[in-house]
Design a binder for this molecule. Structure first.
Ligand code: FES
Length: 101
């Protein structure tokens, strides 16, 4: 059964960059685009770069290590379609972003 877990305050997530958050030993990448929040697996499938530290442009996050681009809303990899990252549902409760695990 899935459940929602609070992962970060909404105000901690910048507009033009992601936010890396570790939860139970696992890395997540959070993004704010417009007024909405998105969550992806935080490790790049290329060589484990921290996607939450990447820059955001036109809804895409650039891996800070070698620049692979991912759709921040879906996890699809623009540069290598066979290497998407997992995307998680989010919701906001009392000023916190929650992700569905
Ligand atoms: S580790 Fe992300 S592009 Fe290489």
């Amino acid at each position: 059964m899935s459940e929602y877990i609070s992962i970060a305050e909404t105000k901690a997530i910048p507009m033009d960059r992601g936010l890396s958050v570790k939860l139970d030993g696992r890395q997540f990448a959070l993004f704010r685009i417009g007024g909405d929040y998105y969550a992806l697996d935080g490790e790049c499938p290329h060589r484990g770069g921290p996607l939450g530290e990447g820059l955001i442009e036109n809804g895409q996050v650039y891996c800070p290590m070698h620049g692979w681009r991912f759709d921040a809303k879906t996890g699809a990899c623009v540069d290598n379609p066979n290497k998407p990252v997992r995307c998680f549902r989010t919701r906001v409760v009392d000023g916190f972003v929650q992700i569905e695990l």
